[in-house]
Structure formats: structure tokens, C-alpha cells
Design a protein around this ligand. Structure first.
Ligand code: SAM
Length: 233
């Protein structure tokens, strides 16, 4: 029997309409869906009247579950991997099973779609031709500042994911380490309360200081300004 295919299926980051027709077809056709959050995925599947067996695949069972899923793929099952929202593996579980599938000679097929980092970047108005995705910054200020110092000279536009509990502290550390760069905070992308907060980091900190901090946040920050030749003279 030939092995099945592992599909890496992107799902919406808020608005349930942000899913491709191909993703819906794949989800309806596969034998099994491995989902980071089965409850969230059930809401999506119910919305599109798709009935499929679900199995959980999240950070804390990723290691043990990978072997079992590879076995199912080798037995000929087609499996879709979905995360809670957006593109699996991007600051989400999935890397382990993708690497294991490739090592086992199983076909891995991406089914692209929503990703908060790309959505935020595309509407940021900052340079998009080169960018660096940093994912989540360390939760503690000391480690966060150390990381920011390491990337302070990066000329590409920077993209960060941040939690509502740490967004203000993270912006404060960015001001301290990166200075008065332009940035955009994208909140609740594709959702009812979608909002873009534009300005320099200090201006954004000021605006955030006046707001109720709720929802999901992606932060896009201008890269380190390129030093002109005459600056070196
Ligand atoms: N795999 C996802 C993707 O493709 O975007 C990201 C998963 S990561 C665990 C979740 C983080 O992504 C959130 O904490 C937030 O920083 C960002 N994010 C997800 N949805 C968002 C949204 N609707 N608006 C702004 N940021 C979002």
C-alpha cells in the first residue's frame, strides 16, 4: 500500500471566510484531521458542514503523537494538520511532524492561507521587500532586551507576535533598545475590532497607554536605518 499525504492546511486567523476553497476540499477529503485545538477546529468544520474525525496535536503531545500519525500516514491515510489559527508550524506546532514525514519519505503538501505575520506586514506601510519574522519575544524583560539587542542592527523589517498581557512592556523595551523607529501594531486582524496603530514606537506606546488592551497583537517594526556612506566619514 502506498503512503498517504500530509497536508499542512492554513485556517482563518479570525474571519471564518479567510479559508481557501482548496483547504475546504482537502479538509473534506482527508481521512483524519490533526488539530492543535479540536474545539476551535470543530467550529470551523461545523461552519462549513464538514464532518471528519479529529485528533489532537498540540505542543504537549506533539512528541508522542508524531510517531502515531506517521504510522497512520504509512498505512495509507491522508492527514490534514491544522493549528488553532493561521498557518501551522508558524509559531505553532507542526515542525516535528513535517520533519518526520519528510524523513519517512511521506509527501508533505502545503495548503497556504492566512498568516497573521504576513497580513500585518502587507498592511503595515513599512518596507516589505525584505523582512525578518521573530515570532514571540521572551516573556521576561531581561531576556527580551537581550534578544532585541542582538537584532538591533537588523536592516530588514521585523515582525513579532505578542500577547495582550505583554504588549506594553514589549513596546517599552523596544523603545529602550531600538529607539524611535516607525512601527505598526496590528490588533485583531480580520476580526470585528481589527485595528492598526501606526506611528513611531513612543507614539504607539502612548496610544496603547490610553487603550483597553484586549485581543491578539502582531507588531511590525522598521529595520535598523541603513547608514549612508558619508556617515562613516
Ligand atoms: N500560526 C499563526 C499564524 O499563522 O499567524 C500564529 C500562531 S501564534 C500561536 C498566535 C499569535 O499570532 C498571537 O499571539 C498573535 O501575536 C498573532 N495573531 C494571531 N491571530 C492574530 C490576529 N487575528 N490579529 C493579530 N495578531 C494575531
Amino acid at each position: 500500500m502506498s503512503a498517504g499525504t500530509l497536508y499542512i492546511v492554513s485556517t482563518p486567523i479570525g474571519n471564518l471566510e479567510d479559508i481557501t476553497m482548496r483547504a475546504l476540499r482537502i479538509l473534506a477529503e482527508v481521512d483524519l484531521i490533526a488539530a492543535e485545538d479540536t474545539r476551535k477546529t470543530s467550529i470551523l468544520l461545523n461552519h462549513y458542514t464538514i464532518k471528519k474525525p479529529l485528533t489532537s496535536y498540540f505542543e504537549h503531545n506533539e512528541q508522542v503523537k508524531t510517531g502515531w500519525l506517521i504510522g497512520e500516514l504509512q498505512a495509507g491515510k491522508n492527514i490534514a494538520l491544522v493549528s488553532e489559527a493561521g498557518t501551522p508550524t508558524i509559531s505553532d506546532p507542526g515542525f516535528r511532524i513535517v520533519a518526520a514525514a519528510i524523513a519517512a519519505d511521506i509527501t508533505v503538501v502545503p495548503v497556504p492561507g492566512a498568516c497573521a505575520a504576513i497580513a500585518a506586514l502587507s498592511a503595515s506601510g513599512l518596507a516589505v521587500h525584505r523582512f525578518a519574522f521573530e515570532g514571540f519575544l521572551p516573556p521576561k524583560s531581561g531576556k527580551r532586551k537581550n534578544l532585541l539587542k542582538k537584532i538591533a542592527g537588523e536592516e530588514r523589517t521585523l515582525i513579532f507576535y505578542e500577547s495582550p498581557y505583554r504588549i506594553q512592556a514589549a513596546i517599552a523595551d523596544m523603545i529602550e533598545v531600538l529607539g524611535e523607529r516607525r512601527a505598526v501594531v496590528a490588533r485583531e486582524l480580520t476580526k470585528l475590532h481589527e485595528e492598526f496603530i501606526y506611528g513611531t514606537l513612543p507614539v504607539i506606546a502612548e496610544k496603547l497607554g490610553r487603550a483597553v488592551i484586549k485581543g491578539e497583537f502582531t507588531v511590525v517594526v522598521e529595520g535598523c536605518p541603513v547608514r549612508k556612506k558619508h556617515d562613516d566619514q
